[in-house]
Design a protein around this ligand. Structure first.
Ligand SMILES: C[S@@+](CC[C@H](N)C(=O)[O-])C[C@H]1O[C@@H](n2cnc3c(N)ncnc32)[C@H](O)[C@@H]1O
Length: 257
C-alpha cells in the first residue's frame, strides 16, 4: 500500500540525490514563536510580488480558468497578504473573492486594509485542508505559493478539499529544480540563510513538490481527480509550476472527504 507519509517531495520515483534534497525543517512562516519575523516575511513577499508583477500574472492564470463563468466565485486559500485576491478583483469586474488564510494575524491584517471593505471581497480564516464551504460552492479555488508548506498527507487533503468545495482547484507553487542544479543552488544559497527571507526561500526549494509528487498527491486524495500540469515558459529555476485539479463527480454521488 502507498505510504503517503513517506513520499519524497520529488515523488514516488525520486532519485537518490533528490530524496536527500528535502527537509522537515520549518520555515519561519510555519512557526508560532516568531510572529514579528513572520509578518515581515509576508510583507517582503507582497512587496517582491508587486514589484515583479507576480500578483497580476498569477491572477491572469487564475482568471483564464473561469473564462466561461459569468460572475465567478473564487476562493483564495493561503492568501498571506491578499495581493493575488486584490489583483483578481481589479482584473475582473464582477468576480467575488473569498480571501482566506489559516493565520489569524494575516487575516486580521488583510481585513484591516482595503480588502476588508471591498464590496466583492469576503475575508475569513480558513484551513485549506478543511474548507468550510458546501460541495461545489466555488467556481475556482486557488492555493498560490503555499502547497510546499504542507507535508504530503495534508497536501493530499488540499486536493480532496479544494476539488470538493470548488469546481476547479488551481495550485501554483514553486517548481522543484532538477537535482544537480538544486544541489548547486542550495550550496550557493546557504550563506544567505542568515537573512530570514532567504532562510525560508531555501527551505521552500527543498520542500517543493515535483510534478510526479503532485500527481501522486491528487491520486491519493481521490482517483476520480484529474490533474493537468502546466508550466509557463521559460522554465527557469524558481519559476512557478501550475496544476489544475478537477474531480469528476459521479451523478447523484455525495463527496465524502
Ligand atoms: C509563502 S506564503 C504565500 C502567500 C501568498 N499566497 C503568496 O502567493 O505570496 C504561504 C501561506 O500559506 C498559508 N498556509 C499554510 N498552511 C495553510 C493551510 N493549511 N491553510 C491555509 N493557508 C495555509 C500561510 O499562513 C501563508 O500565508
Amino acid at each position: 500500500m502507498f505510504d503517503i507519509d513517506r513520499m519524497p517531495r520529488g515523488g514516488p520515483d525520486a532519485s537518490w540525490l533528490d530524496r536527500r534534497l528535502q527537509t522537515d525543517r520549518l520555515e519561519y512562516l510555519d512557526r508560532d514563536d516568531v510572529e514579528r519575523r513572520k509578518r515581515s516575511i509576508i510583507r517582503s513577499l507582497d512587496r517582491g510580488e508587486r514589484l515583479f508583477g507576480i500578483h497580476r500574472r498569477l491572477a491572469r492564470i487564475a482568471l483564464d480558468e473561469v473564462t466561461g463563468v459569468r460572475d465567478p466565485q473564487i476562493l483564495e486559500l493561503g492568501s498571506g497578504h491578499g495581493g493575488l485576491s486584490r489583483a483578481l478583483l481589479t482584473m475582473h469586474p464582477t468576480a467575488r473573492v473569498t480571501v482566506t488564510d489559516i493565520e489569524p494575524a494575516s487575516v486580521a491584517a488583510i481585513e484591516a486594509g482595503d480588502l476588508g471593505s471591498h464590496p466583492r471581497a469576503t475575508v475569513r480564516e480558513m484551513d485549506a485542508t478543511a474548507i468550510d464551504a458546501p460541495d461545489g460552492y466555488y467556481d475556482l479555488a486557488v492555493f498560490a505559493l503555499s502547497l510546499h508548506h504542507l507535508p504530503p498527507p495534508l497536501a493530499a487533503r488540499v486536493f480532496a478539499e479544494g476539488t470538493r468545495a470548488a469546481d476547479k482547484l488551481l495550485i501554483i507553487d514553486l517548481s522543484r529544480a532538477p537535482s544537480f542544479l538544486h544541489l548547486v543552488m542550495v550550496a550557493l544559497a546557504l550563506p544567505l540563510t542568515i537573512i530570514p527571507y532567504w532562510h525560508d526561500a531555501l527551505i521552500s526549494s527543498l520542500r517543493a513538490y515535483s510534478p510526479s509528487a503532485l500527481r501522486a498527491l491528487a491520486r491519493y486524495a481521490d482517483p476520480a481527480i484529474t490533474l493537468e500540469l502546466r508550466r509557463q515558459a521559460p522554465v527557469l529555476p524558481g519559476s512557478p509550476q501550475i496544476a489544475v485539479a478537477v474531480r469528476h463527480r459521479r451523478r447523484g454521488a455525495q463527496i465524502l472527504s
